[in-house]
Design a protein around this ligand. Sequence first.
Ligand SMILES: CC(C)(COP(=O)(O)OP(=O)(O)OC[C@H]1O[C@@H](n2cnc3c(N)ncnc32)[C@H](O)[C@@H]1OP(=O)(O)O)[C@@H](O)C(=O)NCCC(=O)NCCS
Length: 126
Amino acid sequence: MKEHQGELSLSTIAMPADANANGDIFGGWVMAQMDMAGSIPAKMAVRDRIVTVAVDKMKFLKPVKVGDRVVCYTRVLRTGTTSITIEVDVYAERLTESKEVKVTEGQFTYVSIDERGRPKRIANFI
Ligand SMILES: CC(C)(COP(=O)(O)OP(=O)(O)OC[C@H]1O[C@@H](n2cnc3c(N)ncnc32)[C@H](O)[C@@H]1OP(=O)(O)O)[C@@H](O)C(=O)NCCC(=O)NCCS
């Protein structure tokens, strides 16, 4: 049985170009995938322009290896007047094993903005 919570938002492969000098994957690359993954449920809920305002409780639990299948699961944690916070959990499926290992977690907050980039009240959450 899968241990993860939330919806599968993004799935990709970690490539050699995303590796650091140790041969493992850069934390910044993982964060970028998480930001993208979190923006999907945020955008679907807000149905308007959004920007990332904050990243909290980031924890890199285990390294991501080149060739891993990287999967981001997301769930809405909190909705506010103009913002929405998404929990993003990242799992890696190693090339040599068929099980997913939790590698990173974090909370991403997005703000709905108007055409001038100012916070905008969210009209209707789904
Ligand atoms: C996002 C932005 C428009 C917010 O403007 P602001 O004047 O700080 O807005 P406010 O203080 O009114 O806050 C807006 C919402 O964000 C939330 N927020 C602001 N800072 C936050 C933080 N550090 N953590 C969590 N939520 C935060 C507020 O609680 C508020 O939510 P609510 O309306 O649901 O209660 C502005 O900060 C901005 O343009 N930032 C750059 C965004 C960007 O470029 N992101 C990409 C980075 S590469």
